[in-house]
Ligand binder design. Sequence first.
Ligand SMILES: Nc1nc2c(c(=O)[nH]1)N[C@H]1C(S)=C(S)[C@@H](COP(=O)(O)O)O[C@H]1N2
Ligand SMILES: [Mo]
Length: 426
Amino acid sequence: MTDKQDHLQSRRNFVTSTAALAASSGVAGNLRDVQAATGPEPAERICPLLTPANDFRNVSRGNPKPDTLTGQAVVDAGLTPDTWRLQITADPAVDPPQVGVPASIHKPLQSEDGTALDLPSLLKLGESHEVAYIKAMQCLNIPAPLGQGLWEGVPLRTVLQQCGRLNNVRRIYYWGFHNRDPDQVFQSSLSYAQVMETPPGELPVFLAYRLNGEPIPLVRGGPVRMIVPWAFGFKSIKWLQHIFVTNDYRTNDTYALKNNDPESSLKTAAYVNQGPTQVAFGQDLLLTGQVISGQSGLERVEYWVRKVNANVGLDVQPSLADDAPELLAGPWIPCELEEPPDWESALPGGQSTRRLLGFDPATGKPLSWPLRYGMAGYRAVIQGLAKGHYEIRARAVDLNGFAQPEPRPLQKSGKNSIQVWRVEVV
Ligand SMILES: Nc1nc2c(c(=O)[nH]1)N[C@H]1C(S)=C(S)[C@@H](COP(=O)(O)O)O[C@H]1N2
Ligand SMILES: [Mo]
């Protein structure tokens, strides 16, 4: 056996499928290149567990965007570890008949009297109340995950407890630094119950100060960012500086203004990596992508190969509706989920999974795979296609048996239409 064969053999043992072997050189590559690839490492993952903090796709409003500030401007904005403060105040307004009595707070935290919460105090709370979990970030309006992180911080319910008794609070609004320009406010909101009464096994809303084992950098919304596990990114407010408890029960999210559903939760959905546009006859086609396990969980990912008119260019094939009878009929064939990583080498500092929410504290095993509100890779090897043009689609099926884009095909509650990879076998 040559060195190369030996290497390929051990790599096969590692992942036992030619599909994963192909994945080792990147899905966008030509399959011919893939077969020649002989890197020293085991196959690269389709979906790495953690996205480096700087590599998330960035979705930020504001002019200038807070993450582009430098030097003294960051100090002035209160966005350094020393200058960061969090205010928690009550909305004094009434607005009959919706709001008959105002909210009140026993011990507000305010900058004026020096009671606002600083970072050392939040870290101190973390010594006894810290939570940590892995969560994918996704924008309701972008049909792909932005990244996935290990987030650590203190539950919002614990922070609110520091304020003593709250009266007439039905909703909690919160926002981050926005250049001191009211027009640039990016605000989100949660119900009081959602914040205070985390159901058993569910993940709490929290104020995160660490990402992938490091302080959250400015570009990801540090020093402190809200993390709302079940929600799309717009609830996870960056550069958090103000929490406002109110008796106004209305869902007052900036994101609602552009026709977005402000109460939407992360959707279970598969997203397709674009493979090569041409593959030689006789070669395997490797389909890969990422799947998010949203509010309704993930049963499986499946794919469908559709032969299309060979005389019409792939780019001008008439589109097929997500509820077209032909599409619903399939046949849809299960894909393989990428297996969980070797946890100790995937987590920063080789830490144990036992302390992470979403894992069994006794065994360190994940309670589900993909993780709840997390993402994972999937793959399928497609063989035996005749020469011609094809459309390859993938879709997720949730734990209620609903296939993407159901159960909520309304795209303004989360972009999850079925994605297509168009390829010609030549
Ligand atoms: N303060 C503030 N927080 C914000 C935003 C913003 O513009 N300002 N954008 C939100 C939106 S719409 C998304 S999708 C996520 C994106 O998070 P990321 O940039 O860390 O990937 O941040 C959210 N938090
Ligand atoms: Mo977003």
